[in-house]
Design a protein around this ligand. Structure first.
Ligand SMILES: Cc1ncc(COP(=O)(O)O)c(C=O)c1O
Length: 407
């Protein structure tokens, strides 16, 4: 057996794995989601699109010639395409358009996860404070820890998981305000919604804090700040050719959007950060030059051009949501359903067992919320199509002996 460096050089710290990383990294546990072995099962565990992307995306990817795999990705025109898509959806009928929104307001990232990481990398210094809510999306916490930040996570109000507005306002108004405020709106996993005007008011009141609003699930419930900013820009009488920065009043606000969930591109990894050009520039400085691959770029162009596909999927999910809510209500199953394409369910029997039986007996994946504050004992279930919800409900009734399955 070869002696380790540690044995050979007395007095050295244990260098078996090479020199230690930064202290924050040495004490960090990797953010690990159980993401293996999911293909072929009904995936109701990560709030993904459950039917796949637009056929136009598939066609566009198939049309990429093989020699292009050898070429570094090119991003030209993608930011403009995001602007066009946001302008088209930032209102209804005549009141569309987003005066003043330009390509410089758009940052491109390898998924919103990478945008979140970049925000912390660019802004989070040792000893700085992250203000957020609890429970919320699990990736904010390790990002703060890896920077050596402290974390203030304010619990949602019970009953009903209400947004803790007064406590957040108070924390922002402290003499030493937090460096970052991370708001997941609607919140994953509680579905809690905060009105867009409230988000904008929080940002306006806290100019020394970077306010990041993670709008991954806004398409399902519509609480985005972007239509409000667009409306304000239109009301200011601005035209597309001559308009002020729509983020001028909130230069400390960053909005995160992804094509992972609604557009069905989770496996390709592409997300956007939208904010004032200076802010977007700062967080874009800490990424690599080619972090987004060519397939994701091609897919994003095609997906952004097919808003009708996304709208159709969202409408189907909302129908399925109503159907499932009726069944849960009628069968007296404790549940909590608010924003987003997911809900929480509290089984009567051991949740770990229910999760395992759903997977092993019905091929359905759900996510256990074991150990999470306020929602320990619940399962988070993503919403898909009505047919998929019917399949879930049949299996759940048998396992939990509720509704028709109770006889
Ligand atoms: C709230 C929230 N933000 C960000 C992400 C990550 O998004 P992306 O797949 O674009 O990295 C997720 C994925 O689950 C999420 O739930």
């Amino acid at each position: 057996m070869t002696a380790s460096l540690h044995d050979q050089v007395p007095g050295l710290a244990n260098l078996d794995g090479g020199p230690p990383a930064r202290p924050e990294v040495e004490s960090l546990r990797a953010y690990s989601a159980p993401l293996e072995g999911r293909r072929g099962l009904l995936r109701l565990d990560f709030n993904e699109n459950t039917v796949g992307p637009s056929p136009r995306v598939v066609e566009a990817i198939r049309a990429i010639p093989a020699e292009q795999y050898a070429v570094y990705p090119e991003y030209e025109g993608l930011r403009e395409a995001v602007v066009a898509a946001l302008a088209a959806t930032a209102g209804a009928g005549e009141s569309r358009g987003f005066p003043g929104l330009t390509a410089d307001h758009i940052g491109l990232f390898n998924g919103v996860d990478a945008a979140i990481h970049a925000v912390f990398h660019a802004y989070g210094d040792r000893g700085d404070r992250l203000l957020t809510t609890s429970p919320t999306f699990g990736y904010y916490d390790p990002c703060a820890r890896m920077q050596g930040m402290t974390i203030e996570a304010i619990p949602y109000g019970m009953p009903g998981f209400g947004f803790p507005l007064a406590a957040i306002q108070a924390a922002l108004a402290a003499p030493q305000p937090p460096k970052l405020l991370l708001l997941c709106n609607p919140n994953n996993p509680t579905g809690t919604r905060l009105a867009a005007e409230q988000v904008l008011a929080l940002a306006a009141a806290a100019p020394r804090t970077l306010v990041v609003v993670d709008e991954l699930y806004e398409a399902f419930t519509g609480d985005s700040v972007l239509p409000v900013l667009a409306e304000r820009a239109r009301a200011a009488g601005a035209t597309d050719h001559f308009a002020a920065d729509p983020f001028a009043a909130v230069p400390n606000l960053l909005v995160l959007r992804s094509l992972a969930k609604t557009a069905g591109l989770a496996g390709l990894r592409i997300g956007f950060a939208i904010g004032s050009p200076e802010l977007v520039d700062r967080i874009s400085r800490v990424t690599g030059p080619y972090d987004i691959n060519s397939f994701a770029v091609t897919a994003a162009f095609a997906a952004l051009e097919d808003q009708a596909y996304v709208d159709g999927y969202v409408a189907e999910v909302l129908r399925a949501r109503d159907w499932l809510a009726e069944q849960l209500q009628a069968a007296g199953v404790r549940h909590h359903l608010a924003g987003g394409n997911y809900l929480l369910i509290w089984p009567k029997t051991d949740p770990a067992l229910v999760e395992a039986r759903l997977r092993d007996e019905a091929g359905i994946l759900v996510r256990s919320m074991a150990g999470k504050p306020l929602i320990d004992g619940s399962l988070r279930l993503s919403l898909g199509t009505t047919e998929q919800m019917q399949r879930f409900w049949r299996a759940y009734q048998v396992i939990e002996k509720v509704g028709d399955g109770s006889s």
